[in-house]
Design a protein around this ligand. Sequence first.
Ligand code: KG4
Ligand code: ZN
Length: 334
Amino acid sequence: MKNVNILAIESSCDETSMAIIRNGCEVVSLTILTQMDTHAQFGGVVPEIASRMHTENITMVLDETLKKSGLTKDEIDAVAVTYAPGLLGSLLVGLECAKAIAFTWNKPLIKVNHTIGHIYANNLVKKMQFPLLALIVSGGHTDMVIMKDDYKFEILGSTLDDSIGEVYDKVARVLGLKYPGGPNVEKMALNGSCTYNLPKPVNDNTYNFSFSGLKSAVINLVHNEEQRNNQIRKEDLACSFQTIAVDELTRKVELALKNTGIKNMIVAGGVSANKYLRNQIQELCNKYNVDLTVPNLVYCTDNAAMIGAAAYPLYLKKEFSKLDINASSQSQLH
Ligand code: KG4
Ligand code: ZN
């Protein structure tokens, strides 16, 4: 069968990224230009600055990605782009760029959902085997999903309030850590012990999650101690928080594995970069004889390689988009 090379574009938040992905699984070239240092000065992503920086950088990222691939435009079969969810201004820069390339090079355009992109980052490790249980842990999602086939999503449970990524970022902020919070909380927790007594999330047996109580407990504890001029043992607090949060994710995954008997599992989204989470889920999968795949670290956070991987099944089904599609901030999986 002829090779399929997809040029993929991702600009939903603060990374301008392009990749060329062959047959949905091989990374021919990848460029990720992060704006992290700029936004860190403001404590989080400033949408207006993000879209301006995407505009400034996107043609450079395209040139670099093509150059590294050694391919010409004639060898590209389709253009894929993240159209949702994300910051509208940022999404639009990538989307309009993708439309311009698709139009001038006369290639089909494929729209890809960013969260589904995170799931398909696992195809860059090995082809996902169905049925599988997906744990999606990102800035926008905390879901357990059953996939019976490509693009067939059955939501088992979701967060009732904050996503796990949001909670990591809020905890980082009260601990005085720089944006992006998650990786910094993880680093800090490595040097601490679980000495703080934080409340566990609701101990129910549904597949839903709730992290807002834990988040508020950490924030209140820090504020109370500050008001009393007491020293906070930040490393211990980071460790106590992370242990409870990840143990809750693991507990619900165990429930799902036990009840469904599913033997394949993947983890997706930015928080899948967390080593404590990866280790805990791996131990669980060993216990239940489940085959676990997690993306390589570089494909856990935002990148265009995962968008190219997610576009491939759509390419095979010829699910192409018209050039008048719009960006959207909605976050449903489809
Ligand atoms: O998946 P992602 O790009 O967000 C969405 O697409 O919605 O992930 C970003 C989130 C941020 O909240 C970030 O703090 C978190 O992933 N994150 C981590 C780690 N690396 C990124 N959280 C915990 N530990 C990490 N190592
Ligand atoms: Zn993301």
